[in-house]
Design a protein around this ligand. Structure first.
Ligand code: ARG
Length: 471
């Protein structure tokens, strides 16, 4: 019987597949992206087959040499892959091995199935992918920390419900975003750990019959451990789901960062100056500079979250072990990864290049309305119950509004008519600086805790850098 190149099955078939179905069935168009992992697995597999006596070491050496040659051909001419008619990446490699080695090339695919192969490749991809995005998010956190450092001390009109609320340090706002991205990095690291188990040896689903050293194979491929149950090993995609959730949370945080930057760069706020390098103009309105980088980053959230939902729905209700539906795991995963790898790079660059309009920030932070809570606290410090103090300051603000005057410029006798505990010194106590100083609790918006948060962020960055270096 002759060996047919690139044909992974068909002995029991009389007819060939319908043409449209064949196109529908083929995954090489997207799973070829996993070729570097497939080739790495094959190199280790050749050695494993020597260990169990299926291949002579000289045969394994020839297979490895052929695999190296295939790698080189791909590097030299990536368009080579476009011309292939392979069904999937497994068929592609096998065909190329047979092309080069004849019958020896057909010896490699024993003791394994495409079902344990593909999930091994995908786990290797997720480990690299989540590591790469994590490293990029670390750079984004560093860019936020640098801006926080450079603008330390600058006050800002803190808002809730997008209404002026209390004074904060501008750096406190930046570090709020940094905090969320630190969690994202930790989630990405957890996704790497979840993916870090080698399924090889699970075979099609019931385990290989060869006496393989699964741990040795896993180690050779850089896996920390092996999967347990062989049925679960080929059917489980939790590691992909968890990576997609980490990406979705990241996309969501990026979109909130983007929204703040877009808002604060508008003429109404004017806190931030859009960098040319990350903005675009209008084809009609000559004056325009648009925050397109941020808008696109915000816009990516939909497709990334969509990828997570797509995989969740694909997995729901699948019978245990491998089902072909699982092939649908790859495209959304690749897309979500590519988008977030790009978005985090752009976000880090845009944060670093953004100009800060100190004057606009200071002017907005000088709004006396921001000091109303501190005024109530002033009364409380002099024995007034808080609920009553709240009422008094509210009434003062209303009275000032009626007079068309900032509340803190009302004459002392008017103030005293509202509450006799106001003393001539009150204005000195209720300033932006004093209000910030008073927010000294850990996690607060004042200079002391924000300095501390900045130092913590630097320490976190150093630790993250070390973890990355250790990978
Ligand atoms: N292309 C498939 C996937 O992406 C892997 C092949 C498994 N096919 C099979 N009939 N066992 O999941």
């Amino acid at each position: 019987m002759t060996i047919e190149k690139g044909k992974l099955w068909g002995g029991r078939f009389e007819g060939s597949p319908d043409r449209a179905f064949r196109r529908f069935d083929c995954s090489f168009g997207f799973d070829r992206r996993l070729l570097p992992y497939e080739l790495a697995v094959d190199r280790v597999w050749a050695d494993a087959l020597v260990d169990v006596g299926v291949l002579a070491s000289e045969e394994a050496a020839r297979i490895r040499a052929a695999l190296d040659e295939i790698s080189k051909c791909i590097e030299a001419d990536p368009a080579w892959l476009d011309r292939s008619e392979a069904e999937d990446l497994h068929g592609f490699v096998e065909a190329e091995l047979i092309e080069r080695l004849g019958a020896l090339g057909a010896k490699l695919h024993v003791g394994r199935s495409r079902s344990d192969l593909i999930v091994t490749d995908l786990r290797m991809f997720v480990k690299d992918a989540a590591g790469a995005v994590g490293a990029q998010v670390v750079r984004l956190v560093a860019a936020l920390a640098d801006q926080a450092e450079r603008n330390f001390g600058l006050p800002m009109a803190g808002m809730t419900h997008l209404q002026h609320a209390q004074p904060i340090l501008f750096s406190h706002w930046l570090l709020a975003h940094a905090e969320a991205f630190e969690r994202d990095v930790e989630r990405l690291e957890a996704a790497v750990r979840r993916a870090d188990a080698c399924p090889l040896g699970a075979g099609a689903f019931a385990g290989s019959t060869l006496p393989l050293d699964r741990i040795k194979i896993a180690r050779a491929l850089g896996f920390e451990r092996i999967t347990a149950n062989s049925i679960d090993a080929v059917g489980d995609r939790d590691f992909a789901l968890e990576y997609l959730f980490a990406l979705s949370a990241l996309a969501l945080h990026l979109s909130r960062l983007a929204e703040d930057f877009i808002l604060f760069a508008s003429a109404e706020f004017g806190y931030l100056r859009l960098p040319d390098a990350y903005s675009t103009g209008s084809s009609m309105m000559p004056q325009k500079k648009n925050p397109d980088a941020w808008e696109l980053i915000r816009g990516k959230t939909g497709r990334v979250t969509g990828a997570l939902v797509a995989l969740l729905v694909t997995l729901k209700g699948l019978a245990s072990s491998y089902q072909r539906d699982l092939q649908e795991d790859k495209e959304p995963l690749f897309d979500a990864h590519d988008q977030m790898l790009a978005a985090t790079e752009i976000a880090a660059g845009a944060v670093a290049a953004t100009g800060i309009n100190e004057e606009r920030l200071r002017r907005a932070a000088a709004d006396p309305a921001l000091l109303a809570t501190d005024a109530a606290d002033y009364l409380v410090a002099r024995g007034v119950p808080f609920r009553q103090a709240h009422e008094i300051i509210g009434a003062l603000v209303k009275e000032a509004e009626r007079r068309g005057q900032p509340w803190n410029e009302l004459p002392l006798d008017v103030m005293k008519a509202f509450s006799p505990v106001f003393e001539p010194d009150w204005q000195r106590e209720i300033t932006v600086e004093a209000a910030l100083e008073r927010r000294g609790l850990a996690g607060g918006a004042g200079p002391r805790p924000v300095r501390e948060a900045l130092e913590n962020c630097r320490a976190w960055l150093r630790a993250a850098g070390l973890r990355e270096g250790a990978r």
